[in-house]
Ligand binder design. Structure first.
Ligand code: GCB
Length: 628
């Protein structure tokens, strides 16, 4: 979610786009509701200069360097007259300068601050970043944007002393235009990042993951022509396999242009004119297009061009839907052989952010013979979905509506909607992404169900081509202690019945799984979104000793046996691929600040349960190949 406090003072620099996913009616609705947020599509295909590397930083636990805009005039707001944002240098000796970025220590961007400096491991508060740079050479008339892959949790961005705006939400991208503010030499980009948890936030106060702060993803200076292709969607027309639908949204002064879409490998080309709002919709028939699937992740070169701009992408085409209790990928039933993943590199420590990190994490999922990953519990970096496209992994993407948040708070809902919108705008062209998940384990109340239903409506209005779900909860029954009931009223609105269950870990010992029976209200595909047990890699004992690899393996064996008895069982994403940091996990010499439910330890070594799950997935795959 972005807000901008200086629009009047400096109108050109506020960059606002609406995702072009669902046609002009939606675009109008979104702009009226002001819910959609700007995302530059496919930023890596653009001409850009990286601002990654060392940034000077000042830790500011009392937030004193922040120029508070409340009570000051718009002009003062647009151009602060005091504070860190000015990135001042001492002009003469009469000037007192207590803060000085030039002599301040540095941190690496991208990267969370917690894993870079022991003093910041638990830090929650404000930290100021400063980077100076010369403007990149650019063609006359080009526009310049500063793009952030993500900043957790809230970022205030200042450029050459001007305030560009604020972005709230720690896992989605945002950009500001700086065309008219940039100088040839020695520009100053200052960002205040604050990762304080807040009751009204998304997520709120309590999570089972590390609250990594900072500029956790890349920062780029991106050049665009004056009128450019800001958003596009290329995919099979909903409900068909023989027709491609393209929407394009231009931004800039020349809104009405001819736009062309070319799929050279398929010998296809089509064109249309954008309307006065810069929007065009193109539809054309296709025959026998090679579809994307985990077995054959076919991607096609797509080029979109207008008179003023051109952008290339690699896009896969597939259909995903449900029919009764089946999930159909390209109209064929599929079982989701999945695994949950946090956006963390356990070996290096800290947030994952790079293509290499994505290849490592998703490579492990492939070794497991998975065809599906659940990217929990918030939007991961864009490389994850792109690498999943290449490797042939279906993806569940999620927003951090996690446990209890302020269901009655309209701002909280708006924030959840903006994170969902930004995520969909970013990943709408990834064939790998088959599920948007709007929440994880949210205790049932009427307000919560209303809140989540609004998110489902938002997701469906932006993208009617994917499944919508959430990780729900199960509950017991007083009369029958071995019955587990899934009847969450929110299940009415989702395409999948997905729930987390921990029988054998938080609920009894693994033997209990043998006694469990299920009552599942909805005749929809059942996807178990979590089960698992902690195990310290390399620690061996009998199968009844908690935290041993044997316990974890035994729990996996027994859980799979239990789930096989659910007739509508169509997929599973055990918790979790690799151990991850969590402040809640304090057991000395075992957890030491890590959730140990990974199939892979903090050292990158596999635990016994990894081989067990792989063998199960091999069996499922072979049975599917034999058509059983
Ligand atoms: C859950 C949560 C997940 C936790 C996990 C656990 O149900 O969804 O975020 O990390 O359990 O390990 O307890």
């Amino acid at each position: 979610m972005r807000s901008d406090h200086r629009r009047r003072a400096f109108p050109r620099s506020h960059f606002r786009l609406w995702p072009a996913v669902a046609g002009p009616a939606l675009l109008l609705a979104l702009s009226a509701a002001a819910h959609a947020e700007p995302v530059l599509a496919n930023v890596h295909a653009r001409q850009s200069v990286s601002l990654n590397g060392k940034w000077n930083t000042i830790i500011d636990p009392y937030d004193v360097g922040y120029v508070d805009y409340r009570g000051v005039s718009q002009d003062a707001l647009a151009k602060p007259t005091r504070g860190f944002a000015l990135d001042r240098r001492q002009q003469d000796k009469s000037e007192l300068l207590e803060y000085n970025f030039d002599t301040s220590p540095t941190l690496t961007v991208p990267g969370d601050w917690n894993s870079q400096n022991d003093r910041l491991l638990y830090y929650e508060g404000t930290l100021w970043y400063r980077r100076r740079f010369d403007a990149p050479k650019s063609a006359p008339g080009n526009r310049l944007f500063v793009y952030f892959g993500a900043a957790n949790y809230e970022a205030d961005v200042y450029f050459n002393g001007w305030r560009l705006g604020r972005h709230v939400g720690g896992f989605t991208p945002f950009a500001y235009e700086i065309t008219d503010l940039a100088k040839e030499k020695d520009n100053s980009l200052v960002v205040r990042v604050n990762n304080r948890r807040r009751p009204e936030g998304v997520p709120a106060m309590n999570t089972d993951w590390w609250n990594y702060g900072g500029l956790t993803r890349e920062v780029l200076l991106v050049q665009m022509p004056r009128t450019f292709i800001a958003q596009y969607h290329v995919g099979l027309k909903a409900g068909t396999r023989d027709s491609i639908e393209v929407t394009v949204q231009l931004d800039g002064p020349r809104k009405q242009q001819k736009v062309t879409v070319t799929l050279a490998g398929l010998g296809l080309k089509a064109e249309a004119r954008t309307d006065a709002s810069g929007m065009a919709r193109i539809e054309f028939p296709v025959a026998q297009i090679p579809l994307w699937s985990p077995e054959r992740p076919a991607l096609h070169d797509v080029v979109l061009s207008s008179k003023t701009d051109q952008i290339a992408d690699r896009i896969g085409f597939r259909t995903i839907k449900t029919a009764g209790t089946d999930i159909l990928l390209n109209d064929k039933p599929v079982f989701l052989r999945g695994i949950c993943i946090h956006e963390e590199n356990p070996i290096r420590g800290g947030r994952a952010y790079s293509v290499e990190d994505a290849r490592m994490l998703l490579g492990w999922a492939k070794e497991l013979n998975a065809n599906f990953v659940r990217l929990a519990h918030y939007p991961h970096n864009e490389h994850m979905a792109r690498v999943a496209d290449e490797l042939g992994l279906m993806v569940w993407e999620e927003i951090p509506v996690y446990w209890a948040i302020q269901w009655k708070n309209a701002d909280t809902l708006h924030l959840a909607q903006s994170q969902l919108t930004e995520l969909i705008a970013r990943d709408q062209n990834r064939a790998s992404v088959v599920v948007w998940s709007v929440a994880n384990e949210t205790p049932i109340t009427a307000e919560r169900t209303r809140f989540l239903k609004t998110l489902v409506d938002t997701a469906r209005s932006l993208d009617g081509s994917r499944l919508i779900s959430a990780a729900m909860e199960v509950h017991g029954d007083k009369q029958n202690p071995d019955l587990r009931i899934v009847d969450d009223p929110f299940g009415e609105f989702t395409d999948l019945v997905s729930f987390n269950q921990y029988i054998g870990w938080y609920d009894g010992l693994p033997d209990k799984t043998a006694r469990i029976s299920w009552s599942i209200k909805y005749p929809k595909p059942v996807v178990i979104s979590e089960f698992g047990a902690d195990a310290l890699q390399g620690w061996h004992a009998d199968a009844l000793t908690r935290f041993s690899e044997e316990y974890q393996e035994d729990l996996y064996r027994k859980t799979i046996a239990m789930l096989r008895k659910i007739p509508a069982w169509r997929g599973v994403t055990p918790w979790i691929l690799a151990d991850f940091r969590s402040p809640r996990r304090v057991l000395p010499n075992v957890q030491d600040g890590w959730n140990r439910k990974g199939l892979i330890g903090q050292n990158g070594k596999k635990k016994k349960a990894f081989a067990f799950l792989k063998a199960f997935y091999d069996e499922i795959e072979q049975r599917a190949a034999r058509g059983k």
